[in-house]
Each structure stands twice: as C-alpha cells, then as structure tokens.
Design a binder for this molecule. Structure first.
Ligand code: ROI
Length: 162
C-alpha cells in the first residue's frame, strides 16, 4: 500500500457536493481520510468566488499514473469546467505526494510544484501529516504553512461522511 495525498479545490457549482462525491468514489480505491474543509480567498483573479479546499489521504495499490487517470476521470465526471487561466473551476484534484516518490514526466510531477507555496494546500495537508518532509524540508517550517491569510477552516475531517 502507498500513501497518496490529493489536494481538492472547487469554486463553481455545488462545490461541497462535488468534492464529497469525489471522495466517496476515491474510497473504492482504498481507505480515505480527509482534512477539515477550508474556505479560501482565490489565488489569481479576485473577481471569482472563494474556493472550498482540503486534502485527502488515500492508501492505495494504484500506481501513480493509474491514480492520475482516476483523478482526471473524477474531474470530468464533475463536469470539469475551467473558464480562464487561474480562474473558476468546478473540481480540481491534484496528486500532491505519492509515498516518497519523485516523478517527473510530461503528465505528472510529484511532489506537486505548488505544494510548498500554497497555504490552501499546506494547511490541510499538515493537519493530516504534521511531520511531513519533502526534499529534507519539514513542510511545517515553510512560511506558507502558517500564513492563514484569507483561509478559514469551516468544517471537521468528517465533513464529507454521512
Ligand atoms: N485559489 C484558491 N484559494 N484555491 C484553489 O484551489 C485555487 N486553485 C487554482 C487557482 C485558480 C490558482 N487559485 C486557487 O487553480
């Protein structure tokens, strides 16, 4: 079993329902644990709704590219719409980390490049794995890990269940 961390984000449509359905579908590939649910001000153009963000941990035997296929299928199933660069989206599912794997292929970069600079990713990720390090750097020591500007935790880790 490998431990994968997946960032989720949405600011179009019924975001909570879209994310919930994706997490339930992911559960068919192995045990899922989610962070709490966060509301965050958009990074990018400010004339768009706030995002719903969080991170899920999936224990799975799926290989990274097979998992990426699953994530992209779930995005499509949510009616994935991207209106503009750095703009609104119905559902984003980003493979952030896959065990200790370092992957650089045209389709997939792991660890995810934005991981270390995005508070809306780091805060929920550290909730699940406070001692996580990437390339020898403790994620909790990064500036973005403690900069909660524009980010509010609005629900607990079980928000998507029941
Ligand atoms: N901003 C926030 N707050 N959350 C996101 O998930 C998010 N995703 C994006 C861009 C448009 C860069 N901004 C975001 O892709």
């Amino acid at each position: 079993m490998n431990s994968a961390f997946i960032g989720y984000g949405s600011n179009l449509g019924d975001s909570r329902a879209l994310i919930r359905r994706a997490l339930i579908e992911l559960s068919s590939y192995g045990p899922v644990r989610s962070s709490g649910l966060y509301r965050s001000r958009p990074v990018g153009p400010q004339d768009q709704p706030d995002f719903w963000n969080g991170v899920a941990q999936l224990q799975t035997t799926l290989e990274p590219l097979a998992l990426l296929d699953v994530l992209q299928a779930l995005e499509q199933q949510a009616g994935r719409e991207r209106l503009r660069h750095w703009g609104e989206r119905t559902l984003d599912l980003d493979l952030l980390l896959y065990g200790n794997a370092c992957i650089q292929t045209p389709r997939l970069t792991v660890p995810h490049l934005q991981l270390q600079v995005r508070s809306f990713v780091l805060m929920p990720l550290l909730e699940l794995a406070p001692d996580l390090a990437v390339d020898g750097t403790l994620l909790s020591s990064l500036p973005a890990a403690t900069d909660s500007t524009g980010i509010t935790r609005v629900d607990d880790q079980n928000w998507w269940m029941a």
